[in-house]
Design a protein around this ligand. Structure first.
Ligand code: ADE
Length: 249
């Protein structure tokens, strides 16, 4: 997969993508990321990229010209998808990440706190994406979140042990709790069943705890999830157990 990121803050992007799993994915050629400072495409003699707002209003807006020219300079295919990070966009989620991971070429334009000339979104962009209902100072962090969530889904970016198959949201239930050694630390104990070596019981425990944590933290996800026979039985047990805990409190 190739991703081109258009930004006024390339160092911010570089500082993150060189690390860890994404860094390794780039090194091994599984993901290619080009970071482009679109200021370089400004035709203004001072390399200015913003201007006053038609009709008045506080502040400045990023002009269409440097972004247009920068996009023109990028090698595209018929399948290139151009994204703009913006709090106005559709909310990013795992399903969106999975869909984007199938694309061969993404271009992500990092929005800016001042705003961008509307013609960018109207004529040059396929989709505006928001990472949540809050306003950031710029789109770089949003672009990095999209790049991270999408890159890890590209085939062979994660090794088998880190596989995304059991991810929360991929399976539509939140992930069950996991523990590592020591089995007891400062009085804090790992559940006995995980020490039992009984794989069937461990599997059932994990499924049950996945349902429990989803029920407690994200009932909206659980209500969309189709429980099978075994899961319904576990869910009934959870309801009884949770009621007992409430009564005790
Ligand atoms: N730019 C500013 N806020 C943003 C958000 N929530 N998502 C994406 N881009 C943004």
């Amino acid at each position: 997969m190739r991703i081109d990121i258009l930004t006024l803050f390339p160092d911010l992007i570089h500082s993150v993508i060189k690390e860890s799993i994404i860094g390794r994915a780039i090194e091994s050629g599984k993901v290619e990321i080009n970071v482009i400072n679109f200021r370089e495409y400004s035709t203004n003699k001072h390399k200015k990229v913003d201007d006053y707002i038609f009709g008045g209003g506080a502040g400045m807006l990023i002009s269409v010209q440097p972004i247009y020219d920068c996009l023109q300079a990028i090698n595209k295919s018929v399948n290139t998808k151009v994204l703009l990070t913006s709090p106005r966009g559709v909310t990013f989620n795992q399903e969106k990440a999975e869909n984007l991971a199938h694309e061969e070429h993404l271009i992500i334009i990092c929005g800016h706190y001042e705003g961008i000339d509307e013609r960018v979104s109207e004529y040059l962009v396929d989709e505006e994406i928001s990472i949540g209902d809050y306003v950031l100072t710029g789109g770089e962090l949003a672009a990095l979140i999209i790049v991270d969530a999408v890159s890890r889904l590209v085939p062979d970016v994660l090794n088998k042990a880190d596989s995304h198959i059991n991810d929360s949201f991929s399976t539509k239930l939140l992930e069950y709790p996991q523990y590592t050694r020591p089995a007891e630390y400062m009085g804090m104990k790992v559940p006995d069943v995980l020490m039992s070596g009984n794989h069937k019981e461990i599997e059932t425990y994990r499924l049950k705890e996945s349902i429990r944590i989803t029920y407690k933290r994200r009932p909206d996800l659980l209500s969309k999830y189709q429980l099978n026979k075994q899961e319904s039985k576990l869910f009934k047990e959870i309801i009884t157990e949770e009621q007992k805990t409430v009564e005790k409190e």
